[in-house]
Design a protein around this ligand. Structure first.
Ligand SMILES: [Zn+2]
Length: 483
């Protein structure tokens, strides 16, 4: 494939492009589902394509194709140059890229068991078993179990001399039970909501998740929620658990720290951010125990790779350090605007047909010193535990948010008293993170995948992970009715 890449690099270099690159991407994607005892879906597809990006006279051009031949690479490269020339006429400021060394490297997601080598029959056996166990209770009206696997093989060449080959692999699975009683509908998903758990691992993740081993508990909790009392209203201490903290990090820190959004480039569609550049290094984002670290080297992370789509080597850096805003998600174009000599490397594209844009990297809350979940509950006088995100809304500047979770438990005098249903909470980003007074230790730290983050025009999907231990936030407004 690098032979074909050279064709593009020759065309772009001979036309004196400031910068140019080609990404050839082959993607294999498989997804399987079982719904209420029947095979719901099987999808297995392979796609191949390439995208050529060029910077000419300080303006971008991009073109792509699904036909991977030498003649087509040449045609598309010339088209990208033509588009750059046209964009140059409308440009108000010349694009300059932060420098980056050239790399010749191969990188691949470490895995134990190739998911595409596991027979489909074996996968369905696991899904049908989880499905059967969830539907043992007749109040479960809908059961859904699914798995998905993606392997993306990329060849990336730049006019600066980088030749980077990467094979990125991810696996995911979940099961979900819906209980119905009259007008009351309650859902429980294992291990989490929004399409389940996805990590950059092989089939060993599916073995570890053990859907059949957790299906009955998910179903029985969905049934128990039907009769559980509603979440109380008022100001209570909140303990976030499961993937709820992943969503909290994603929405109120991840998107807020995308530098393109901060600089106003996403304002018309995805929104802007309150975390503006004059706040960098001084703004109190959270309490001093809040450390949020972006990490493209994190094992299992969906944004983990050797290099991003700007050919920048993977890095690890603070977004919030000891409670203070300390960094942004950047690409090579915008990094210099906050005084960085080099991009942090969070520029990615959704497949070969899209231009790379600034993306949330893996972003995690570092563990604290509050010990185990039991220790945290024991030190809570009156509070509520909320697990697994059900709904979210946050304003365009990422300040005012409201979350709903699948399940809650009321804590009184250090003990879990009872299950509550439809738990919700709301807050304002810096005040909420500022109220964080306890974070459990490293033994409770878990990584959660977000496989469907949407951004850009035309819309692109990206995946990343957020890790966290359970954490406690003081006097949070809970039990607000969904609007
Ligand atoms: Zn997102």
């Amino acid at each position: 494939m690098f032979g074909l890449c050279e064709e593009a690099i020759d065309v772009l270099s001979s036309r004196r492009a400031d910068f140019g690159d080609i990404r050839i991407v082959r993607t294999r994607a498989q997804s399987l589902g079982v719904r209420n005892g029947e095979t719901g879906s099987v999808d297995d597809s392979e796609t191949l394509g390439f995208g050529v990006r060029v910077l000419l006279g300080g303006a971008w051009g991009f073109a792509s194709s699904g036909l991977v031949t030498r003649a087509e690479v040449r045609r598309v490269s010339l088209l990208a140059l033509e588009i750059a020339r046209a964009s140059a006429m409308l440009m108000d400021r010349k694009v300059r890229l932060a420098p980056e060394p050239a790399y010749r490297d191969f990188w691949q997601t470490p895995f134990i068991k190739d998911p595409f080598a596991v027979p489909v029959e074996e996968k369905f056996r696991t899904l049908f078993e989880a499905d059967r166990l969830m539907r043992r209770d007749r109040r479960i009206k809908s059961a859904l179990s699914s798995m998905r696997f993606v392997r993306e093989h990329q060849w990336h060449a730049t006019t600066e001399g980088s030749r980077i080959e990467q094979v990125l692999l991810s696996s995911g699975a979940d099961c979900r039970a819906t209980a119905v009683d009259g007008a009351q509908v309650q859902e429980r998903g294992y291990p989490c909501s929004h399409g389940g758990q996805t990590l950059a691992m092989g089939y060993e993740l599916i073995d570890l998740l053990d859907l059949p081993g957790h299906a009955e508990k998910a179903a029985s909790e969905a049934v128990a929620l039907l009769k559980a009392p509603d979440c109380p209203s008022g100001e209570l201490d909140l303990i976030t658990y499961g993937n709820q903290m992943a969503l909290q990090i994603h929405e109120s820190v991840g998107h807020a720290s995308e530098l393109d959004r901060v600089l106003g480039y996403e304002e018309s569609y995805a929104g802007s951010s309150f975390a503006t550049t004059e706040k960098l290094g001084s703004f109190r984002y959270g309490s001093p125990m809040v450390n949020l670290v972006a990490d493209a080297t994190l094992p299992g992370g969906l944004a983990t790779a050797g290099y991003d789509d700007d050919a920048v080597k993977a890095q690890r850096w603070h977004i919030v350090k000891d409670g203070v805003l300390s960094g942004y998600m950047t690409n090579r174009e915008f990094a210099p605007r906050v005084g960085l000599r080099r991009s942090q490397g969070s520029c990615r594209a959704d497949g070969p047909a899209n231009i790379p844009i600034t993306r949330i990297c893996n972003l995690s809350l570092m563990p604290g010193s509050a010990g185990s979940m039991e220790d945290l509950v024991r030190s809570t006088k009156r509070g509520i535990i909320m697990e697994n995100n059900k709904s979210w809304s946050i304003d365009q500047r990422r300040l005012n948010f409201q979350f709903g979770c699948e399940i809650g438990w009321l804590v009184e005098n250090g003990k879990i008293k009872k299950m509550v249903r439809n738990p919700t909470y709301q807050g304002i980003t810096p005040a909420f993170w500022g109220s964080c007074d306890a974070i459990c230790g490293p033994d409770e730290w878990r990584l959660w995948g977000v496989a469907n983050c949407g951004k850009g025009q035309p819309p692109q999907t990206a995946a990343m992970c957020h890790g966290s231990s359970p954490a406690r936030f003081k006097r949070v407004k809970v039990g607000v009715k969904a609007g």
